[in-house]
Design a protein around this ligand. Structure first.
Ligand SMILES: *Cc1c(COP(=O)(O)O)cnc(C)c1O
Length: 384
């Protein structure tokens, strides 16, 4: 089932340090995709590695009904970091599970069943989250999925308001769509989502699995003043991906009214000590090294370098270090050429968008290298 990224030249990665990945033939790659945002503090950050080693030698696992320091600390830390009053924390092992829990909690708290999601959305691949994911390619072979999901155009506040009623359990949104092509919420959209869901007593769920943890320049995108005038606090916020530096961990952060009637959800590995230790260390580094601020600084620099360049790019979208470049042609091919000819690992997001989401520790010089390589690749493809 598992294909290599570049079928013609699989790159076998042997080690990683900071923003660099090294292959088994010694080639060093600049990591501009962070394996889908999973390494916010860079590869093998010493604080994270040490925390994992220490925890591994003390206790790998104990069932969740016994308090363990690593897990207890993580509950507190996430509650502190959460926007508004979302201080009820459910821990799991992936992004899709975090959304799965969010949808279950929303149904049990509201007593309603319908879900409103957006065209282009990506929320994961288990049955519930998949039902709220847009792309038919991911869904068709597994149908029927949940039947009561309505999809509305992303960014269309009127369509969203019209779709939500007292029968709606949840509105599920990414503040910036990631896989869908790096589409930021237009001005006023998140506010409208908040207002309409409050009126109908619907749970507003923000999927911040790709946008959270400092990536857009603020800890959470729903607090980012480029997207909203004032922070928009949802009822549930989900995070995963870089939370434990790529070890499997997701979290569902909930308001009291959601948590009070969350029901009997559970998972054996929830908050397991080893991964919790990695998450605590990752969050410490993000805070101590002010990596959200660095994402804002280097992200702005990258945006302006791209805007000032003569590159044949139709549009640059995103915030901070979640950047999408509309290249108007096969993004896969551009990504391949960046990797094989320039040792830079970026990602596509749909057919025509090249996505940059490097570790948050990236420096302006790395942004320069990315722009320079892109110049060569895009000019070459344009001439063909
Ligand atoms: C990656 C992603 C998910 C799914 O996370 P998994 O850990 O792969 O299950 C959900 N939502 C968004 C926005 C994502 O980027």
């Amino acid at each position: 089932m598992s294909g290599f990224v570049f079928a013609e030249k699989p790159i076998a990665i042997e080690s990683g340090e900071g923003v660099t990945l090294t292959a088994d033939d010694g080639t060093e790659y600049l990591d501009f995709g962070a394996s889908y945002a999973c390494t916010p503090v860079g590869h093998c950050h010493p604080t994270v590695v040490e925390a994992v080693q220490t925890q591994a030698s003390e206790l790998l696992f104990v069932q969740g009904s016994y308090p363990v320091e690593a897990r207890t600390t993580l509950y507190e830390r996430l509650a502190d970091l959460a926007p508004g009053d979302l201080d009820n924390v459910w821990l799991c092992n992936s992004g899709t599970e975090a959304n799965e829990a969010a949808l279950k909690f929303a149904r049990s708290a509201t007593g309603a069943s319908e879900i409103v999601a957006t065209r282009g959305a990506f929320h994961g691949r288990t049955m519930g989250s998949l039902s709220a994911t847009w792309k038919p390619k991911y869904k068709t072979p597994y149908e029927p999925l949940l039947s009561d999901v309505t999809f509305v155009e992303y960014g269309d506040a009127e369509a969203l308001s019209a779709a939500v009623s007292a029968e709606t359990a949840a509105v599920l949104l990414e503040p910036i769509q990631g896989e869908g092509g790096v589409n930021p919420a237009p001005a006023g959209y998140l506010e409208t989502a908040r207002e309409v869901t409050r009126e109908t007593e619907t749970a507003l769920i923000f999927d911040e699995i790709q946008t959270g943890l400092g990536r857009t320049g603020s800890m959470w995108a729903c607090e980012n003043d480029s997207l909203t005038d004032a922070p928009v606090v949802p009822d549930v916020l989900t995070t995963a991906k870089g939370l434990a530096s790529g070890l499997p961990m997701g979290a569902t952060l909930c308001a009291d009214w959601i948590a009070e009637s969350a029901g009997s959800h559970g998972s054996t590995f929830s908050g397991n000590p080893l991964v919790a230790a990695a998450a605590n260390a990752t969050l410490s580094v993000i805070e101590d090294d002010a990596l959200a601020a660095n994402a804002e600084t280097v992200g702005s620099y990258l945006h302006s370098e791209l805007a000032d360049s003569a590159l044949p790019i139709d549009e640059v979208r995103g915030e901070g270090l979640l950047v999408g470049l509309e290249v108007g042609r096969g993004a896969n091919r551009v990504v391949r050429d960046l990797a094989l000819d320039h040792e830079i690992l970026a990602l596509p997001a749909g057919r025509t968008v090249v996505r940059a989401l490097p570790p948050l520790t990236v420096e302006p010089a790395h942004a320069d290298a990315f722009v320079e390589a892109l110049e060569t690749v895009l000019t070459a493809t344009a001439e063909q």
